[in-house]
Design a protein around this ligand. Structure first.
Ligand SMILES: [Zn+2]
Length: 162
């Protein structure tokens, strides 16, 4: 198990998690019936919420994570300190590959990403231990860098070329 240098407080952690649950209420997912909520914490302290918005053409569907990023960025927020994602599934669910790349455009590789189970907070039974990488309430705490290793980002376009 890797060790993280967390840059968010317990208060911010809870703010992000509750923000993700709030965000999920805005989901438009009549086709997949898989509502997702995402909450981004900006460096100015605001929480930006996003939900998945599906489309009858399927390909027009936008995930919760990208909804949150696009809302934030188009509102002038470009700097973030954390992201939380929640679904109705009783275990942590990861962002899709496309969303990971979009998150990569605006967030640092060591930014905390909280994958929250739909039944958060999951209690621990007497004598039970959490699985590796699972923290308080059943949350998987990871980072963008773990989700998207060896990634390509904006800085690579600045590299000298032949
Ligand atoms: Zn996605």
């Amino acid at each position: 198990m890797s060790v993280h240098a967390w840059s968010i407080s317990l208060d911010d952690r809870e703010k992000l998690i509750q923000g993700a649950f709030e965000a999920k209420k805005g989901s438009y997912s009549p086709y997949s019936k898989f509502p997702v909520g995402a909450a981004l914490l900006a460096t100015d302290g605001t929480i930006i919420k996003g939900a998945n918005v599906e489309n009858a053409s399927y390909g027009g569907t936008i995930c919760a994570e990208r909804t949150a990023i696009v809302k934030a960025v188009s509102d002038g927020k470009r700097s973030f300190i954390g992201l939380a994602i929640v679904t109705d599934v009783a275990s942590p669910i990861s962002p899709c590959g496309l969303c990971r790349q979009v998150i990569r455009e605006f967030c640092s590789l060591n930014m905390p990403v909280l994958l929250v189970p739909g039944d958060y907070p999951q209690p621990l039974q007497e004598g039970e231990e959490r699985k590796a990488g699972i923290t308080e309430g059943g949350v998987r705490e990871t980072t963008l860098g773990e989700l998207l290793p060896y990634s390509f980002g904006p800085e690579h376009l600045d590299l000298p070329r032949q």
